[in-house]
Design a protein around this ligand. Structure first.
Ligand code: NOJ
Length: 743
């Protein structure tokens, strides 16, 4: 076929499906394979031949296999455009798709996703992703590998920083919001906009269960837990229109996810209805050999293609072997065509054929724009969780404040993991923000970076108030950075104990990429403040909360244990045949508490907020009905409050054992001092449903407890509750016949 007179794929007026079909019909086998090849850091000089041969479908701009903590020179629109010119010079003129891990900000960096999760606010997460996309697009990026929607129960796992915490419902809510932000709206409708990126829900699936919190370790997972916890955020991302999904590194029940045909083809494509491309994780096709399922890259490519991994990120196994596999009949060409079709369809949806180039002047206009910084400041304040306060906060004017510790003057360390394009020089430090804010009140602020603890102690003695800023360096968070101990890094608790002895008043700020075990700080100082790595405007955001300019509103997206040995500590654990009696003599541990130090959802404000009793509009929920659950909240203090009312349910009877506490709703309410407001949630069958092992929704009846609470309790305990009787919906009848599903 002569392609010159049939280049229908270039015509935007031709329907997308026809454009893709026309292109596919014109492609050689090698050109098809090229679309499935993702190359790391192509260089226009060295790789022009490959690009113009149509041998590279997409490029990842990264600093390496563990790019999360390695900052690189970044990418620029001019570079992306140069690559694009080479790709467009290929026989069929198929544009290149440039990808980069743009995770929680680009030049303007927002709090790490775990910190954004502390906001419990999908609008904020959506807005941060939108700005991230706008800034990255200006550098020529069209595809990001975010959001990570792995439900992470074990905070030893470094990648807990990259996701939205330990709760499947919250991760689903916020992951879907991030997808919408990156892609410019729901259903991918805004994908072709000037400010959008294709998103990628990762790491499919169950990666958050890596054994012992050790990155890349195996995962064992039963089908019901898979459905109700780990698949749930992927369903939500697919429903939000996520353009791509990444298959993970690990094995699930001894099969590498990159070769997992049942979970990729049957579940992701079949049950979840995902129609976009699946990309492997970095070299994960090659790693199938190390997992022991293939002897070489030919075998690995065969398994991955058959399993439904469309794009081979950097291994090169498809580039070298896929065409031969099709020619030999080991891989069906129809299957390869499907994969190519999905990649081409994405390129069409992104408008890449119409607008392949980036505007080279745009980065200077949009990066670090004042409104981006303003959002970053608001987001940073939302990532602050007030854990303990004897009344010293909000700060009141005193003669001298001394701020000390490694995070007092930290710049790029405030950015957190996965900030390839953030720059330390853009960061507002905690010390600078304090000086700027307190100078107006005539407070003298002295600063040291804690390098010499003895000198810090001396300065502390002379101050009216000491603010010690400690915590984790981002280098020990993120990919490949798990820890065996959740305590503060070595020496910090000791320095804090010394400071507590010499300070008149001590406030401790812990900056972190994961929930920590802060037993040693339980009674130390007058206030304990947790700030997840907060980003470019971190200093401002933290100080806004310390001063009360912004009411503390962050809530823990994961429980914080007393000691490492307690993890994992899901609030949504099962009831157990021998339930824990918190008042009884028998606990779970002989040597420690059964409860976390701080539970999921916990966070204080500067005013106590009182919860009235939970009222239900009816005692029974019939088919098709809605019962309204409401509670009166009252700000009983003297400061403005932003309360996060959390709706938890417990099903007492079902065909499987259901958790003691399932989060199913959240509302954030601003309350002036003394103000009372009613908060109402609509409870219907959809809210109370669960899934069986095959992923079918079950709406079983029976008694439920409905709680509206400020945080999750132990054993389902905290906050006022009411009982609701629920009638089953018809699907529940077959659930009883399906006992064999659970095995
Ligand atoms: C490996 C990581 O697991 C993944 O999250 C990331 O997107 C890729 N590398 C690409 O950098």
């Amino acid at each position: 076929m002569s392609t010159d007179d049939t280049r229908r794929w270039l015509d935007p007026d031709v329907p997308a499906g026809e454009r893709v079909a026309a292109l596919l019909a014109a492609m050689t086998l090698e050109e098809k394979v090229g679309q499935l090849v993702q190359m790391a850091n192509p260089d226009v000089e060295r790789h022009a031949d490959l690009l113009t041969a149509g041998a590279v479908g997409s490029a990842i701009v990264a600093s390496g296999a563990y790019a999360g903590n390695v900052r690189d020179a970044g990418t620029q629109a001019s570079h992306a455009n140069a690559l694009q010119r080479a790709a467009l010079a290929s026989r069929l003129g198929i544009p290149l798709l440039v990808a980069r891990d743009v995770v929680h900000g680009h030049r303007t960096v927002f709090p790490i996703p775990l910190g954004q999760a502390a906001s419990f606010d999908p609008d904020l997460v959506r807005a941060c992703a939108r700005v991230t996309a706008r800034e990255a697009r200006a550098d020529g990026v069209r595809w990001t590998f975010a959001p990570m929607v792995d439900v992470a129960l074990d905070p030893r796992w470094g990648r807990v920083a990259e996701g939205y915490g330990q709760d499947a419902w919250l991760t689903s809510l916020l992951g879907a919001a991030a997808v919408e932000g990156f892609q410019g709206g729901p259903d991918g409708a805004g994908l072709a906009e000037e400010e959008s990126l294709a998103a990628c829900a990762k790491h499919y699936v169950g990666y958050g269960m890596a054994q012992g919190g050790r990155d890349y370790a195996e995962v064992d997972l039963g089908p019901v837990t898979l459905q109700n916890r780990h698949l749930r955020p992927f369903r939500a991302a697919v429903d939000a229109g996520v353009a791509t999904v990444m298959s993970a590194f690990h094995t699930v029940d001894r099969v590498p996810m990159t070769a997992h045909e049942p979970l990729l083809r049957d579940v992701l494509r079949g049950d979840l209805g995902f129609a976009g491309p699946v990309v492997s994780d970095w070299d994960a096709v090659g790693e199938i050999v190390r997992h022991g399922l293939a002897m070489d890259l030919t075998g690995a490519a065969t398994l991955a293609l058959r399993a439904g991994v469309d794009v081979d990120m950097v291994t090169g196994a498809y580039a070298t072997h896929a065409a031969d596999l099709v020619r030999s009949g080991a891989v069906d060409e129809a299957l390869l065509d499907d994969a190519v079709r999905r990649v081409l369809a994405l390129k069409v949806r992104l408008g890449l054929f119409e607008r392949p180039f980036a505007d080279e002047g745009r980065a200077a206009r949009v990066h670090l724009a004042p409104e981006h910084r303003a959002l970053a400041r608001r987001a940073a304040a939302s990532a602050v969780v007030l854990l303990r306060n004897d009344g010293v906060l909000p700060l009141r004017p005193v003669g001298r404040v001394h701020v000390t510790g490694p995070f007092a003057t930290a710049t790029e360390e405030l950015l957190g993991t996965w900030t390839l394009d953030g720059r330390g020089e853009d960061v507002v430090t905690i010390a600078d923000a304090l000086r700027e804010r307190l100078a107006a009140d005539g407070v003298e602020v002295t600063v040291d970076d804690g390098r010499f603890p003895d000198a810090s102690h001396l300065a502390a003695r002379e101050a009216d108030l000491v603010i010690a800023c400690v915590g984790e360096h981002p280098l020990r968070t993120g990919e490949a950075n798990s820890v065996a101990s959740l305590e503060l890094p070595p020496g910090q608790a000791e320095v804090l104990e010394g400071l507590a002895r010499v300070s008149r008043t001590l406030v401790v700020v812990v900056v972190t990429g994961r929930p920590l075990a802060l037993e040693r700080l339980a009674h130390l100082g007058s206030a304990l403040v947790l700030a997840f790595h907060p980003g470019t405007e971190g200093g401002h955001g933290i100080v806004d909360v310390l001063t009360g300019d912004v009411p503390p509103s962050g809530r823990l997206p994961a429980s914080m244990p007393w000691v490492t040995g307690q993890v994992p500590m899901p609030h949504d654990h099962l009831p157990s045949g021998r339930p824990l009696d918190p008042a009884g003599p028998l606990g779970r541990y002989r040597d420690h508490s059964d409860a976390p130090q701080y539970p999921f959802g916990f966070g204080l404000g500067y005013s106590a907020v009182e919860y009235g009793p939970v009222r239900l509009s009816a005692e029974r929920l019939g088919a098709g009905e809605v019962v309204r659950a409401s509670v009166i909240l009252r700000n009983a203090g003297e400061h403005p409050a932003v309360e996060t009312a959390q709706l938890y349910v417990q099903a007492h009877l079902a065909s499987i054992s259901r958790p003691v506490s399932e989060l199913v709703g959240v509302q954030k309410v601003a309350l002036a001092p003394g103000e009372e407001r009613e908060v109402t949630f609509d409870v219907d069958h959809a809210l109370l449903a669960h899934r069986d092992a095959r992923g079918r929704l079950r709406h079983e009846g029976g008694p439920f407890t409905v709680r509206i609470a400020p945080f999750a309790g132990v054993g389902g305990g905290a906050g006022p509750s009411a009982q609701l009787d629920v009638d089953p919906l018809p699907d529940a009848a077959d659930a009883a016949d399906d006992g064999d599903d659970q095995t």
